[in-house]
Design a protein around this ligand. Structure first.
Ligand SMILES: N=c1c2ncn([C@@H]3O[C@H](COP(=O)(O)OP(=O)(O)OP(=O)(O)O)[C@@H](O)[C@H]3O)c2ncn1[C@@H]1O[C@H](COP(=O)(O)O)[C@@H](O)[C@H]1O
Length: 122
């Protein structure tokens, strides 16, 4: 069990529930489940959706900066997170792996981490 999945709270409940649903859709009927249809179509289709949703997030964020469509931005980010989770699930990974990665970065400044990289040019 990953460290992140040892924690509790509403956000983790949502991610864990979604992870379980996505994994359960593998081998499901593509006619009855959108997630099963993505797994069935394969990684390239899933990556296409991730790319589309990322673009939609960028456009929605620019609108939100202009003061309109803040709810739309939240919806687009939800779509991006969802399709990213499908991608992870397709590759036998899950939100817990990403949460563990983020947790390990706690307390480490992004600037300090970048400066410590080998062959850092900046
Ligand atoms: N969270 C989601 C979720 N978010 C978005 N979507 C779907 O993602 C699809 C693509 O969204 P788009 O806005 O890109 O729609 P589109 O452009 O018309 O899509 P395209 O056909 O052009 O690819 C839509 O059909 C949305 O309904 C989701 N589908 C499923 N879930 C979760 O996954 C569970 C399992 O879903 P099924 O596998 O369908 O039972 C659901 O109970 C939900 O919890």
């Amino acid at each position: 069990m990953s460290k992140a999945s040892d924690n509790s709270g509403p956000a983790l409940d949502v991610l864990q529930q979604l992870d379980a649903t996505l994994a359960g859709r593998k081998g499901g009927d593509p006619a009855e489940s959108y997630v099963a249809s993505l797994h069935h179509k394969g990684l390239n289709k899933i990556l296409e959706k991730v790319g589309e949703e990322a673009t939609e997030v960028i456009l929605a964020a620019k609108d939100a900066e202009g003061g309109k469509g803040r709810d739309a931005l939240v919806g687009e980010v939800a779509d991006l997170w969802f399709h990213s989770l499908v991608m992870l699930s397709h590759l036998d990974l899950s939100s817990a792996d990403v949460l563990d990665c983020l947790q390990q970065r706690f307390g480490l400044s992004g600037l300090a981490e970048k400066a410590a990289r080998p062959h850092n040019d900046q």
